[in-house]
Design a protein around this ligand. Structure first.
Ligand code: SF4
Length: 512
């Protein structure tokens, strides 16, 4: 089977290596079979150590998405009220000229380029399509920065506070564990290839315990399900630690040699006997004691932490606290022990080289993507006058939907949406640009669930012939936006701003 060849090969049938673009820890390796320029099959690569030939149902049907009749294939301009989703076809030239003219005008106005905001997240996880040319363009333009907080920021910070970075137990080792705590995670639906390792561990005799307020499919298949109250994970971890310390189920040698701050932790843990943890979590005190005893005696023990437990107040602290557990029992001594939240820090990625923060010239403000509704409705000095939305669908996913919809409905807001389909957000766009799917674009993928880097080779030409690769479109806008008039002296002014909503406290330089 010929591999690693692109669609430009003269061979009538080729198989092209790729990577799944989705925001999923598994980052599967894809094999796309292409016949006479058309993709006819997408399957998991059998030789990839974590994919092992299996894709989830979403991506096993990726061809349906790529060749969907509902796909956007050409640029469009709004032809009805905002939110109506009515559009008329225009050419790429018209679309790009319109966007560039609006951006230029805003940048040159007294509001300056910070009135323009890019809005994106993980619609594709590739290093190029997620964050490279887009960042460079908006940095150079002087647009507002976006704080991409919507998913994992709190948990990442909490985990790093204990562990030091986004590193953890190798997914491939889970099958060797004897006790697996699946905490705030539903791997059957969102981490399939870890689940297959967990299943293997179960076949070998491992005990599986799900900790989750919700009785998920995964929880149903574990030996035990502890349905604690939402937002009480830290209390459970503290109650477990109380038992570990009280019953001396600790690895004191490991603690002495590899940890900091045990005495302070011990003092805090004394406040959380199992009875108190039970009151907070809603679990039976005996269950907390039994869980701690299992955790302190069964080795290797590994915890699959996931982002479910950090999406509420105190969520970062919950992850930080639970991440202390493996060190107390010396679980890190064993390759199959420890914990895994994210493996994204296992090897370095030079994001600065991709995103070029050195191109930022005007100390722009930062807007929190999670409060985009507030930002659109209330930000002043300058207001957000233009949005460029890609790799995200904020009208569907951003918190406080009524505010988000009201913000996107502003008639004076110029909104560009760049996507594969007409999304809920696209309904509010002034200009819609068609984007490529993963089969049509080049990319490089790291992973936050395993330890491999994958190349995504383009397998086919853009469907319909008129879609543009995401970075390509932004390059074209960039060329137009910066053509003729560079940023004017008035828009270069940096001003002291006081914006109270959704905007972080990045230091600002101002001249009044
Ligand atoms: S399991 Fe995750 S990485 Fe694999 S194909 Fe499905 S969405 Fe993509």
């Amino acid at each position: 089977m010929p591999l690693d060849r692109t669609a430009s090969s003269p061979a009538p049938r080729i198989v092209v290596r790729g990577a799944c673009p989705h925001d999923c820890p598994d980052t599967c390796a894809l094999l796309t079979t292409v016949e006479n320029g058309r993709a006819i099959k997408v399957e998991g690569a059998p030789d990839h150590p974590t994919t092992r030939g299996t894709l989830c149902t979403k991506v096993a049907r990726y061809l349906e998405r790529t060749y969907s009749e509902q796909r956007l294939l050409h640029p469009m301009r709004r032809a009805g009220p905002k939110g109506s989703g009515r559009f008329e076809r225009i050419t790429w030239e018209e679309a790009l000229d319109t966007i560039a003219a609006r951006f230029r005008a805003i940048a040159a106005s007294s509001d300056g380029p910070q009135a323009i905001l890019p809005y994106s997240y993980a619609g594709t996880m590739g290093l190029l399509q997620y964050g490279s040319m887009d960042r460079r363009f908006f940095h150079k333009l002087g647009a507002s920065l976006l704080d991409r907080t919507i998913c994992a920021t709190a948990g990442k910070a909490g985990y790093a506070a204990t562990i030091g970075g986004s590193i953890g137990t190798d997914l491939e080792q889970f099958e060797n564990a004897r006790l697996i705590l699946i905490w705030g995670s539903n791997p059957i639906v969102s981490n399939l290839h870890l689940w297959s390792r967990v299943q293997e561990a179960k076949r070998r005799g491992a005990k599986l315990i799900a900790i989750d307020p919700y009785r998920s499919l995964t929880a149903e298949k574990c030996h035990q399900h502890l349905a604690l109250l939402p937002g009480t994970d830290a209390a459970l971890a503290l109650g477990m630690m109380h038992v570990l310390i009280a019953e001396d189920l600790l690895d004191r040698d490991y603690i002495a040699r590899h940890t900091l701050g045990f005495e302070a932790l011990e003092a805090r843990v004394r406040e959380y006997p199992p009875q108190r943890a039970a009151q907070i979590t809603g679990l039976a005190s005996d269950d907390i004691v039994a869980l701690a005893r299992d955790y302190g005696t069964i080795k290797p023990a590994v915890i699959r932490l996931n982002y479910g437990m950090q999406r509420h107040a105190g969520g970062g602290m919950a992850i930080r606290t639970a991440a202390c557990l493996p060190a107390l029992v010396g679980a890190w001594r064993d390759p199959a022990g420890g914990a895994l939240l994210s493996s994204s820090g296992a090897y370095p990625i030079d994001n600065k080289a991709l995103e070029r923060p050195d191109l930022i010239w005007n100390h722009p403000r930062t807007i929190n993507m999670s409060t985009i509704g507030d930002a659109l409705l209330e930000a002043k000095d300058p207001p957000v006058r233009a949005l460029y939305v890609y790799n995200s669908n904020p009208v569907a996913v951003a918190p406080e939907s009524p505010k988000v919809v009201a913000g996107f409905s502003r008639e004076d807001l110029f909104c560009v949406v760049h996507d594969i389909f007409l999304t809920d957000t696209a309904d509010y766009a002034d200009i819609v640009l068609p984007a490529t799917t993963q089969l049509e674009q080049l990319d490089v993928h790291s992973s936050y669930g395993h330890l491999y880097v994958l190349a995504n080779n383009p397998a086919i030409s853009p469907v319909g012939g008129s879609s543009r690769k995401r970075w390509d479109s932004r390059s074209l806008v960039s060329a137009r936006a910066t053509r003729r008039s560079r940023v004017t002296p008035s828009s270069r002014r940096t001003r002291t701003r006081r914006v109270s909503i959704g905007i972080c406290s990045r230091p600002r330089v101002g001249s009044g």
